[in-house]
Design a binder for this molecule. Structure first.
Ligand SMILES: C[S@@+](CC[C@H](N)C(=O)[O-])C[C@H]1O[C@@H](n2cnc3c(N)ncnc32)[C@H](O)[C@@H]1O
Length: 487
């Protein structure tokens, strides 16, 4: 797949960007943290003030590619040297006497990412159907949720500008990236070459380009937006009705994953009146043999959902009444009363009895999700294969007990006791006094069996009876990350 510039042009562009200091850190050092953070929120006033009086090469690049300004030809030529302007036509477009950016060229971590101009950089112009997204909130959400253990082979399905493939390059020996849009693959090829990386780039619909192949890790930020099956914007619309694209990805996973391999993707699912969303997603997984953790992070009502995705593509429901109405009418006809958004993580383990959890996780978590997902699977393995009674447990760091009490005849009477994780997944679990005693004694020195023995004596019940209560309780608290095994 050809990049936007030839090999020599890309090498010169890289040299230009690096020598000018057009990197994430270089820009931060130059503008200062406040002005840099403001640009991320589309407030360019400080950045424009700082760069206007001293037109150094970095200033010109910031004005051009970060602030979306039209700059004089001679300054742009100096900023991009040694890349001659005539070799940079894919990056720039004429505007009066000067030039402005024709693509997004964004420093991202230690990389550069090349994509189509964002909606903000093309005021008044709706996004074309084959728009190639730059780095957005969903891209960074998936990147932060991805498992980063070293792997042999990794696949980025629906790569767009190549942002997920960049991350995969840090821990996969071989990276394959696919997209249905040839334009997207040109951008991904440009991103790869500009960063000195080599990816296998394949064109085609969903898993078709990699049929018959297996990967250790598959990630995807697919066109998950749920609707009647529009194909207006390829980055958003899969052409499949409702949430069928996400169901299709789950169905493809067993044939795509190497043994022990993981697949992670962002997904939307319909909340249909009279049906639980958990059952709906559970049906996708039935019979796949995959371990799965599906977490719902947000829920939108239909009107809010349609307006969000119309405005994401710079479409206004007032200017597009027929489109908005068709979308909402379809939701009504399908009895959709909400749409859930979340993360699907699947693992191929060859299990007859896979672990499947489909649950709400709406709280803000502490730190990136990826390591928390890895820990969740590790804890599931302990629950499946370990001997809980023979295990010593300790409480998670920062665990707090919260009590709710009401004023009664004898003073404060505790009504509810809650164990709250202050870090990690930040779960909060209500517990009864016996459970609280058990958790309180988890200092990592004695096995669960010994704890049960002591507690049984104190409550004058046979240890076997208490074990029957303690094992599911401890299993649940281990799953939540409230109790941790001492190894
Ligand atoms: C939401 S964008 C994600 C881009 C990028 N991976 C990221 O994380 O920001 C979805 C991408 O999937 C691609 N895509 C859409 N439909 C597809 C299909 N049927 N098969 C493969 N890729 C598709 C789009 O062209 C687009 O690049």
């Amino acid at each position: 797949m050809d990049a936007l510039l030839d090999t020599a042009g890309l090498a010169r562009l890289r040299e230009a960007l690096a020598s000018a200091g057009y990197t994430a850190q270089g820009i931060r050092d130059h503008l200062g943290p406040a002005a840099t953070d403001a640009t991320a929120r589309n407030d360019f006033r400080a950045a424009l003030r700082i760069t206007e009086d001293r037109p150094g090469r970095l200033d010109t690049l910031i004005r051009l590619f970060v602030c979306g300004q039209t700059e004089p030809l001679d300054r742009v030529a100096a900023a991009l040297a040694p890349l001659p302007l005539e070799s940079a036509t894919a990056l720039l477009e004429a505007d009066g006497d000067g030039v402005r950016a024709a693509v997004e060229l964004e420093p991202y971590g230690d990389w550069w990412v090349v994509a189509d101009l964002s909606a903000g950089m093309r005021p008044g112009r709706p996004l074309p159907g084959d728009h190639v997204l730059g780095i957005g909130g969903a891209s960074t959400t998936l990147a932060a949720a991805t498992l980063r253990a070293p792997v042999g082979s990794a696949l980025d399905l629906g790569t767009g500008c190549g942002v997920q493939a960049l991350h995969l390059s840090t821990h996969a020996d071989r990276v394959t990236a696919t997209d249905v849009l040839p334009r997207a693959l040109r951008f991904a090829a440009t991103t790869a070459a500009l960063n000195g990386l080599d990816w296998e780039l394949l064109e085609g619909d969903l898993v078709a380009p990699v049929a018959g192949r297996r990967f250790d890790l598959v990630v995807s930020n697919p066109p998950f937006v749920a609707g009647p099956g529009f194909s207006d914007h390829v980055y958003r619309d899969s052409g499949r009705p409702g949430d069928a694209v996400c169901a299709e990805l789950v169905a493809a996973a067993p044939g795509l994953l190497a043994d022990g391999g993981h697949m992670q993707f962002l997904a939307n699912w319909l909340h249909v009146a009279g049906e639980s969303w958990e059952d709906r997603v559970g049906d996708w997984l039935a019979g796949t043999g995959l371990d799965a953790w599906v977490i719902q992070r947000e829920v939108s009502d239909p009107v809010g959902y349609v307006n969000l995705w119309l405005s994401d593509a710079s479409e206004d429901p007032r200017a597009q009444p027929a489109l908005a109405a068709a979308w909402l009418d379809w939701f009504d006809a399908q009895k959709v009363d909400a749409v859930g958004f979340g993360l699907v993580t699947l693992r191929a383990g060859g299990n007859d009895d896979p672990t499947v959890r489909i649950e709400d996780l709406r709280q803000t978590v502490d730190g990136p999700l990826g390591p928390l997902v890895a820990d969740w699977f590790d804890r599931q393995d302990l629950l499946r294969h370990g001997d809980l009674l023979a295990t010593r447990f300790r409480v998670a760091p920062g665990l707090r007990l919260r009590q709710e009490a009401v004023q009664g005849a004898e003073g404060w009477e505790v009504e509810r006791q809650l164990l709250a994780l202050t870090g990690g997944l930040r779960w909060i679990e209500e517990v009864d006094p016996v459970a609280l005693t058990l958790v309180g004694a988890c200092d990592g020195t004695v096995t669960l069996a010994d704890q049960v023995e002591v507690l049984a004596l104190a409550h004058e019940v046979p240890p076997a009876v208490l074990s029957e209560v303690a094992i599911p309780l401890v299993s649940h608290l281990v799953e939540r990350g409230i109790l941790l095994p001492v190894t």
